[in-house]
Every structure is written in C-alpha cells, then in structure tokens.
Ligand binder design. Structure first.
Ligand SMILES: NC(=O)C1=CN([C@@H]2O[C@H](COP(=O)(O)OP(=O)(O)OC[C@H]3O[C@@H](n4cnc5c(N)ncnc54)[C@H](O)[C@@H]3O)[C@@H](O)[C@H]2O)C=CC1
Ligand SMILES: O=C(CO)COP(=O)(O)O
Length: 341
C-alpha cells in the first residue's frame, strides 16, 4: 500500500448513504484525497454544489475537499483504497459491477455490517470472492459509529481490522481526526461478527422498548446478546477478546441504546405492534441490516451447532409472525442453565 503515513493515497468511497458520506467526510477532514460515489445523480449534484446530503445527514455541511460523482469509473480512477459503503445484501451485485475498475493491489475496505443471505458469507469474504483478492488486501471498519453523531464531529473510536497489520496501520493513520480515533485489530472475523450480530440484538432491544420494558430488560438483552455473539464468533474462529472491544461490546451498547439506530428504531415499531411492512415504510429506504442478517446468522449458528436464542426469536418475529411479547415469554421460559454454559 503506498504511503504508510496515508499521505499519498487516493480514496474512493462507494455509497453515499449515512455512513458512506460520513466516512468520506472523516477522510476529507483527515486531509485525504477522497471521491464519493452516489447511486443517484441528484445526490451527487447536491453534495458537489451544496456541500450537503440532506436525505441522510440533515444539517451537516460537508467539507470543500470532498468531491462526489454518480459515475463509478470517475470515482475509482487512480484510487489506492476503495471503501465499500452499500448495504450488505447489495454488496455482491454492486461489486460485480465495479470489479473491472478496482485498483490492482489496492486495499478494499468494508463498512457494511451484515452476513449475506444464502451464502452466509461475511462481507470480507464476499469481497475476496468477487474481487479475487487475498484476505490481506481486505479491511473492515467496525465500532460504535452512529453516522449522525460522527458527522456532527462528536468524539468516537472505531476498529480497523485487517489480517495484514501494516495495512490496518496505514488505514488507521489515514483516517484519524480530532473526533475519530481508530484502533487496529487483526481479528477480521470477530469484528465483522460483532457488527452483524449487534444489529439483531438492537432489534430485540427496540422490541423490548416498544413493549414498554425498561433498562433491566435492555441490559439483559445486551449481555446475553453478547454471550451468543461471542459463542458464534469463537465457533467461527474469532478471538473472544474482540467481543469485549469496540467492535463487540462498544457497538452493541451504542446501537442497542440509541434512538439514532435504525435497527433499534425498527424493533421498537415491531414492539409497538406495527407489521414488518409498516416498519419498513417508516424507514424511508434506509437500511436496518438486522432484519435480513437475523436469518443468515441464525442459519450460520445452526450449521455450527451454536445456540443463539435471541437471534432465533428476532428471526421468528420478523419472518414467521411470532409476536414480540411471545418472544419475550419464550426467552424467559427456556430451560434454566449456568451463565456460561
Ligand atoms: N449509518 C450508520 O450509522 C452506520 C452504518 N453502517 C453500515 O454501513 C452500511 C451502509 O449503511 P448506511 O450508509 O447507513 O446505509 P444507507 O441506507 O444510509 O445508505 C445506503 C447507500 O447505499 C446505496 N446503494 C447502492 N446500491 C444499493 C442498493 N442496491 N440498494 C440500496 N441501497 C443501495 C444507497 O443509494 C445509499 O447511498 C450498512 O451495512 C450499515 O450497517 C456501519 C456503521 C454505521
Ligand atoms: O452500525 C451502527 C452504529 O455503529 C449503526 O446502526 P444502525 O444501522 O442500527 O443505525
């Protein structure tokens, strides 16, 4: 990777939703040369001419040194680092369209938090497969990173995970700002699992809030959610310590507690008795990844013989008509056990 200090790299951020736009702002604020790709030309025009992306980040002024285009070829021209910021279930198809434009030897970075339906692959696995690159060329960013807070330059930390430590350090250097503090990790599996699972647990916490339950219920779901995330992660080869870190507990707490979380908000609507379709309408096209990842994670856990009762309940509420109050009763009515068994 050119420029270990991050100075000479050119970044393409593909996806101008909440997180893609915010991450591009972070890179621009860090002084990097960055081009953002927006799917809709009107979004690209709005960003280029008015320094704003009001559909996703109302009230946020984007830096002057951030350019935006709706042409992927233009976004990717000369890029050393490609940041993928589209919803996880769309990553494969988008990447197939961009494959021939990707830089040889460049770093591919996933911002997406999900597990692909059908293949049950993590996003870095999808990237490796489609782009035909080694795992050392793929990095992921994951942590307590609610886009709107970061766009408002509120302090936060994150994890940049790559099996190639030097590559992770180069990215860390490239995106550090006064409000954004990245740490490195080589446990890509754990960081990705943490990011995908917390969306499902946030749906459960939202359901609990919608049912009128308080902080004890939320804390119990967060803690037992972390236990099932770690169980699954370890079965897949993750380092258990990762789940105590920013991409595990950190992201879980932020997402399960914040009204800014789309997953938690979605779950809250279900808990109040709305249907899946009503909750989807209210999301206005913004992604609540856990609604799909609950199914892929549940299947992944089944294949590895891992018990994930909260994820299973969320799947059944979202896709099999179980009522949230019945999910709560079922979770409480399970056979009693030791906390760590
Ligand atoms: N928003 C947040 O606070 C954070 C989001 N993430 C993750 O980043 C990924 C992207 O999330 P956001 O930017 O928040 O999503 P979003 O819903 O705000 O934006 C998604 C973007 O992808 C584009 N896109 C490209 N192809 C698409 C397709 N086929 N269908 C739908 N959209 C398509 C959309 O036009 C839009 O610009 C997700 O996996 C999410 O879990 C991770 C950390 C923070
Ligand atoms: O990943 C996130 C925070 O780290 C964003 O969560 P939501 O997708 O639920 O808004």
């Amino acid at each position: 990777m050119s420029g270990a200090d991050g100075e000479t790299q050119r970044f393409a951020v593909l996806g101008a939703g909440s997180w893609g736009t915010t991450f591009a702002k972070v890179l621009a604020d860090a002084g990097r040369d960055v081009v953002l790709w927006a799917r809709r030309p009107q979004v690209a025009t709005m960003i280029s001419e008015h320094r704003a992306n009001p559909d996703y980040l109302p009230g946020v002024r984007l830096p002057e040194n951030l350019s935006c285009t709706a042409d992927p070829e233009q976004a990717l021209k000369g890029a050393d680092v490609v940041v993928l910021a589209v919803p996880s279930q769309t990553l494969r198809d988008n990447l197939i369209g961009w494959r021939d434009l990707l830089p040889a030897g460049g770093t591919l970075v996933s911002l997406a938090k999900g597990v692909e339906l059908g293949t049950l692959k993590r996003m870095s696995e999808v990237i490796r497969e489609v782009a035909e690159v080694p795992e050392t060329q793929v990095a992921v960013v994951s942590g307590p990173n609610l886009a709107k807070e970061i766009a408002a330059e509120q302090p936060t930390a994150t994890v940049i995970a790559c099996t190639d430590h030097d590559r992770a350090v180069a990215l860390q250097t490239a995106c550090v700002t006064s409000y954004f503090r990245p740490y490195t990790n080589t446990d890509v599996i754990g960081c990705e699992l943490g990011g995908a699972c917390k969306n499902v647990i946030a749906l459960a916490c939202g359901m609990a809030a919608g049912l009128g339950y308080g902080h004890n219920t939320t804390a119990s779901l967060i803690t037992r959610g972390l236990a099932e995330t770690a169980r699954l992660g370890v079965a897949l080869g993750a380092d258990p310590l990762t789940f105590a870190g920013l991409a595990g507990l950190g992201d879980l707490v932020a997402t399960c507690s914040s009204p800014l979380s789309r997953n938690r908000t979605f779950g809250e609507r279900l808990g109040r008795g709305e249907t899946l379709a009503q909750a989807q309408d209210a999301a206005h096209g913004q992604v609540a990844e856990g609604v799909k990842s609950c199914s892929s994670l549940r299947e992944l856990a089944r294949r590895h013989g891992v018990d994930v009762p909260i994820t299973d309940g969320v799947h059944r509420v979202c896709h099999e008509g179980l009522r949230p109050e019945d999910m709560a009763a079922e979770l409480l009515g399970r056979a009693q056990k030791h906390e760590w068994s």
